[in-house]
Design a binder for this molecule. Sequence first.
Ligand SMILES: Nc1ncnc2c1ncn2[C@@H]1O[C@H](COP(=O)(O)OP(=O)(O)OP(=O)(O)O)[C@@H](O)[C@H]1O
Ligand SMILES: [Mg+2]
Length: 278
Amino acid sequence: MGIQKVEFGSLNDLFSEHVDINDPHLKERAEKRNQKMVEMYNRQAIENRIRLYQDKSLWEGAPLKFGVDDWQPNRRKNVKQARELGNKAYKLAHQMVNKSFNVVMSGLAGVGKTSLALMMAEILQQHDKTVMFVSADELFRLCNDQYDFPELKAKLRDRMHFMNYADVLILDDLGAEAGSVKQVNSKDFNGVRRDMQRLIYDIASHRFEGTKEDKIKANKKGIELTHPVRSTIITTNNVQEELERIYNSRTISRLITMKPEHRLAFNDMEDMRKESDL
Ligand SMILES: Nc1ncnc2c1ncn2[C@@H]1O[C@H](COP(=O)(O)OP(=O)(O)OP(=O)(O)O)[C@@H](O)[C@H]1O
Ligand SMILES: [Mg+2]
C-alpha cells in the first residue's frame, strides 16, 4: 500500500473535520480514546504472551490442538466414565483460571489423557493464561543432545526459563523417557539419567515453591506464597511408585497431587488408537 500524500491545506481541513476545538466534551472524548488505546495495547500484550509460551512448547512432532467439542464420550466404550472425565477436566480448567493447583491424568496408552490436557490448555488460554506444553520425551532428547550440539544448551536454558514461569505447564507422558514399565520395575533400574532428574527437580521445585525472584517479590510485599505457586498438569502411563523410582519422591511430591479431586484416573478406558487402526 502506498503512502498517501497530504497537502497542507487539506490537512487543516481534516483537522477541523475531526476535532472541534469548541466541543465542550473534547477532553472527555480524548480521555475515552486514550483509555481505548491503552486497553487495545494491553490486550495485544496478553495475546503476545500467550502466543510466546505456546511457541516455546516442546512437541513430539507437530503441535497439537484439542477443543472442548472434540471430546466425544459416545466414541468410547465406557461412555459414562468418558463423560465424567471430560466434565472433570472442563471444571478443573475453569477453577485453574483463578487458583494454582496440580492435576494428574493417569492411565494406559491411547485413552485420551493428552487430549483432555490440551482441552484444558485451550480453555485456560481463552482466559488469558499462558500455557506451555512439554513432551517429557522431547525434553529428554534435548537434555541428551545438548552435549553433542552446543547450540542446544542455550535452547534448553531458554525452555527451562519458560517452564518455570508459564501459568500452566503441561508435562506430557512423564515417565515415558525412562523406558517401558517392565524396565522401570526391573531390579537393577536406577532411575532416569541424573541430568534429567536434576532438570525435572528444578522445574518441580520452582513451580511448587516459586523461583528466587518470586520469593524476593513476595518478601518485599510481605506476603506468603501459596503452594504450588504455578499449576502443572501431568499426563502419565506410570503409577505413582514407578514415577518415584524414575525420579524420586522429593520431585514427585511437588508434581503429583494426592488430592482425589485433582486426579483423573482413566482406568477402564480402552485404547482409541487400536480401535481406529482396525
Ligand atoms: N473421547 C474422545 N473423543 C475423541 N477423540 C478421542 C477421545 N479419546 C481419545 N481420543 C483420540 O484418541 C487418540 C489417543 O488419545 P490421546 O493421545 O489423548 O491418548 P493418551 O492417553 O494421551 O495416550 P498416550 O498414553 O499414548 O500418550 C487421539 O487421536 C485422541 O484425539
Ligand atoms: Mg499422551
